[in-house]
Ligand binder design. Structure first.
Ligand SMILES: Nc1nc2c(c(=O)[nH]1)N[C@H]1C(S)=C(S)[C@@H](COP(=O)(O)OP(=O)(O)OC[C@H]3O[C@@H](n4cnc5c(N)ncnc54)[C@H](O)[C@@H]3O)O[C@H]1N2
Ligand code: MOO
Length: 410
């Protein structure tokens, strides 16, 4: 009997391959709701106390208070003479910033005084040196200044005990200076959440011009900078291969020294897109699973049973940027105990393909008191975002010239 061949074998019906159960498809969340959910999802991380020099960019964990009045004493605001009563005035001495003239002035007396020095008791006002005529006889003449002129009163800016800046404020240069003015050397802060970026995509090259059919990785270089701008601490970028399956799961679960893992690519439905499957397998809680916006709608936010957060950013570079602003920024804010910044609304001009029911995120450039849509904002293209000043979130019912909330481009 000849051996059976494919041609002569009894035909059999193809056995259907088991179809992996598709994770339940959630309704796309409105864009604003996705941001709010991402900010509200985590508990703020524990506060710690750090020296002022280490606090920039972190978030105040408690309101900043001043234990002493600001300024701490009645202070000369001009170089000149601290005068008492009406002139002419007899010069009794001099007081420089940082020193104290212990006496008290009587009517018709004055001391030479520097800007920033404590004004002596009895001072009526400071007569600026430009308005004063000092004679060789030790007397000063000049117009009689109104009481209090050129004196900063103790506590004029804030009395002792005043709450100056609320908890939840991101710490910038002015706040550091203010804290020092109050006499603080340290601040209670919530630390920046540590974010590991995992870039997926076997088609990606990571240096130089890409080879034939290859794509230069745009997100590895972009995301650490965006993480820092959003208030996170970048813990570096790892490139994860699509094959073998399981490598992404290992990288996600292996990011133990972080609070957040941001995965780029792998959010869609393709053969190599592993992210949703691995989250389902790990028993993750989906907080956001697709958003009613363009681009970036396959984005997601999930919490692993370990408490670590996973943000899924679509592979298309501009879509990833939009998704990072929509989910990663608010998540970082929530972990730091910061509220979402209220977004300014400004008129937007320019045209965009209609997308009924969806929020459109477009790069914009300031133009007078409004903004203009910047060219080059297909989901795969970064030209518009790179050249623009901000992103505008055009609401579903937006029409040309109408207002839209603005996000800083980061
Ligand atoms: N059948 C479907 N296909 C796609 C859908 C869908 O719903 N059904 N959604 C489309 C949309 S929208 C997007 S966005 C992408 C999202 O895809 P992934 O997140 O799975 O990402 P990839 O497929 O890996 O890549 C998409 C695209 O972006 C390029 N890419 C990826 N990473 C980088 C990088 N680091 N730097 C530069 N470019 C990158 C990649 O080469 C692809 O061209 O899915 C659509 N398809
Ligand atoms: O939403 Mo995709 O993010 O359009 O390219």
């Amino acid at each position: 009997m000849p051996p059976a061949t494919a041609a002569t074998a009894t035909p059999t019906l193809p056995v259907p391959l088991p179809v992996p159960a598709a994770p339940p498809r959630h309704r796309e969340l409105p864009w604003e709701q996705a941001r709010t959910l991402a900010q509200g999802a985590p508990r703020p991380s524990a506060a710690r106390t750090v020296p002022l020099a280490d606090a920039v960019g972190l978030t105040l964990a408690e309101a900043l208070r001043t234990p002493q009045p600001l300024p701490a004493f009645d202070t000369a605001a001009m170089d000149g003479y601290a005068v008492a009563g009406t002139g002419p005035w007899r010069i009794r001495g001099a007081v420089r910033a940082g020193t104290v003239w212990e006496g008290a002035l009587g009517a018709g007396e004055c001391v030479e005084i520097s800007t920033g020095a404590q004004v002596p008791a009895g001072t009526r006002a400071v007569l600026p040196v430009e308005a004063a005529l000092a004679g060789a006889d030790g007397m000063v003449a000049g117009p009689v200044p109104p009481p209090g002129r050129h004196i900063r009163r103790a506590g004029e800016d804030a009395p002792a005990g005043t709450g100056l800046v609320p908890a939840g404020t991101r710490i910038g240069p002015a706040l550091l200076g203010l804290a020092a003015s109050c006499g603080h050397d340290t601040l209670p802060v919530r630390p920046a959440p540590r974010v590991r970026v995992l870039v997926t995509g076997d088609e990606l090259d990571h240096a130089g011009p890409p080879g034939p059919g290859r794509v230069r990785d745009a997100l590895g270089p972009a995301l650490p900078a965006l993480v820092a701008a959003l208030g996170g601490e970048s813990r570096g970028v790892r490139h994860v291969r699509d094959r073998p399956a399981g490598s992404l799961a290992a990288a996600v679960h292996g990011a133990r020294d972080t609070e957040v893992v941001a995965v780029t690519g792998s959010t869609s439905a393709g053969a190599t897109d592993q992210l949703r499957g691995l989250l389902a397998e790990a028993g993750a809680r989906m907080v956001v699973d697709t958003v009613a916006c363009r681009p970036g709608h396959p984005m997601l936010l999930a919490e692993l049973p370990s408490g670590r957060w996973v943000v899924g950013l679509p592979g298309n570079p501009y879509a990833a940027l939009v998704a990072a602003h929509t989910l990663l920024g608010p998540l970082i804010a929530g972990l730091c105990g910061r509220a979402l910044d209220p977004l300014p609304r400004v008129p937007v001009t320019g045209s965009v393909r209609p997308a009924p029911g969806l929020t459109r995120l477009v790069p914009v450039t300031w133009y007078g008191t409004g903004v203009r849509i910047t060219a080059g904002h297909g989901s795969a293209f970064l030209r518009g975002a790179a050249a623009g000043d901000a992103l505008a979130a055009l609401p579903p019912d937006w029409t040309e010239g109408g207002p839209a909330p603005l996000l800083s481009a980061g």
